[in-house]
Design a protein around this ligand. Structure first.
Ligand SMILES: [Zn+2]
Length: 468
């Protein structure tokens, strides 16, 4: 084993940086401007809201105005969870485009996943998951998302006065009484929204592409799309709440439990992923409200699960995954208690650093995305200014390369800074390690495995740990 306390070579780099979790609930730079405003307008008219708030918690429903950004945060660490916890699912184990026609792959998958979340998970998990569906449905109401290959994307989705988005008086429709019927109803509604907004794109395009475009002439057209998006979103929310929060025809099984995790300096409030292996059921274990910083016992809960034997996996970065078995039956609540061992080296901030987690798709390590023909990129890691980081890799192939990439931040004054790139190769045929210090201007780091094979063929494991 590579002696981790005696690195073969050490490199001190000065890296510029920014605030570590800057991504948390930040508005993406280029996006359908009024997502939160559309969601808020829809929530205001959804019938029986008091009932839904009693089931899910007022704060969780209100948070939909933020969770509706979820797909725009893909690959991001949002502080206590990763956006990908609610984006990557077994029927869709990769990120989809947000524009027509490719976005059509998202709707049915996330509709059924949202119903599943509301029926089987805790309200906080269910509402985050629902945010993903809400985003994609709202997105196709943006004119440049509805019209394929639409130019002037930014103007056509941002030239709108968000304060005018209100659908007071609109009566949301129940889109069906069963899941299948509701899916067909939603599909028709989405198809209608796409046609509606593609027509607005055609009307607004000559205006925005003229030499001196008159924004005031464009805004009313984009507003029509925003209002129709809000109406469809209201139908959608009313329908998923109605279908998923009514008592189940046949009671399902309950599974609760705890997960104790080792410390993870730099990401210690990250929640714990719980996966029922070889099924579509997954959730996050959260800390109980009011628990202190030293508290590391996360809790999870599923209800309405199908009867059967399950292998249940718990994982969070900085820990090794653990799998426990359980048998579920209605009326016999089951409990599982996980105690996760630390990674080697401890405090590894890389998600799935040895590529052994494959809960979504065989042959595709969780949270590693193929980039071009010869590379795989991992989940972003938030850097803290002034911290020194140990970065390293143990290699299997002598010609493999691992790159640690820190792009400049997106805030004013940061964008023009150069990309920082530290390349590790197997110096002694097996391993390499370096140290660098994070400084303002570079908020995050990603790890890239350069190989034509799957990453685990080329590299045994990688690490990024706070050094002090
Ligand atoms: Zn989007």
């Amino acid at each position: 084993m590579f002696p981790l306390n005696r690195p073969r070579w050490v490199l001190i780099l000065s890296v510029l940086q920014a605030c570590a979790c800057a991504a948390v609930f930040a508005r993406p730079l280029l996006a359908w401007g009024p997502h939160p405003d559309i969601t808020r307008a829809a929530l205001r008219v959804v019938p029986h809201m008091q009932e839904w708030e009693e089931s899910l918690g007022k704060e969780n429903i209100a948070a939909l105005t933020q969770y509706c950004w979820m797909p725009d945060w893909r690959g991001q660490d949002l502080g206590v969870f990763y956006a990908d916890d609610y984006l990557l699912v077994r029927p869709l184990p990769y990120h989809v485009s947000h524009v027509m026609p490719a976005v059509e792959a998202a709707f049915e998958v996330y509709f059924r996943r949202a119903l599943q979340g509301l029926r089987t998970e805790t309200p906080v998990n269910a509402c985050r998951q629902l945010g993903t569906l809400v985003h994609f449905v709202e997105d196709v109401g943006a004119p440049p998302h509805a019209k394929p290959n639409c130019p002037h994307h930014s103007e056509l989705e941002n030239w709108v006065d968000a304060k005018q988005i209100s659908i007071e008086g609109y009566q949301p429709r129940l889109l069906g009484n069963t899941d299948d019927e509701a899916w067909r109803g939603l599909k028709r509604r989405i198809d209608g929204l796409i046609a509606f907004s593609a027509e607005r794109a055609e009307r607004a395009l000559p205006l925005v592409s003229s030499p001196n475009p008159d924004r005031t002439a464009v805004e009313p057209i984009i507003l029509e799309s925003a209002l129709e998006s809000a109406r469809v979103t209201a139908d959608l929310l009313y329908t998923v709440f109605t279908l998923s929060l009514r008592p189940a025809d046949t009671p399902g099984a309950e599974l609760t439990g705890t997960a104790v995790v080792p410390p993870l300096p730099g990401n210690d409030d990250q929640q714990v992923r719980i996966v029922l292996l070889n099924t579509d059921y997954a959730t996050l274990a959260t800390l109980p409200d009011g628990s202190g910083p030293e508290e590391r016992t996360y809790r999870f809960a599923f209800h309405n699960l199908p009867t059967g034997q399950y292998q249940v996996l718990a994982y969070r970065p900085g820990a090794q995954a653990q799998v426990l078995e359980t048998s579920l039956a209605p009326g016999e609540p089951a409990q599982l208690h996980f105690h996760l061992a630390p990674t080697d080296p401890p405090g590894n901030l890389v998600y799935n650093p040895d590529f052994s987690l494959e809960t979504l798709k065989a042959g595709q390590p969780d949270r590693w995305t193929k980039s071009g023909v010869d590379a795989w990129v991992g989940t972003t890691i938030a850097l803290r200014p002034g911290k020194r980081y140990r970065i390293g890799a143990v290699f299997r192939q002598v010609d493999a390369t691992v790159e640690f990439l820190a792009p400049p931040g997106k805030r004013a004054g940061e964008q023009d800074a150069p990309l920082l790139r530290i390349v590790l190769t197997p110096r002694d045929g097996k391993a390499a390690e370096a140290v660098f210090e994070a400084q303002p201007g570079y908020p995050q780091l990603t790890v890239k495995i350069v190989t034509k094979d799957v990453p685990g063929e080329a590299v045994e494991r990688v690490w990024v740990c706070e050094a002090d």
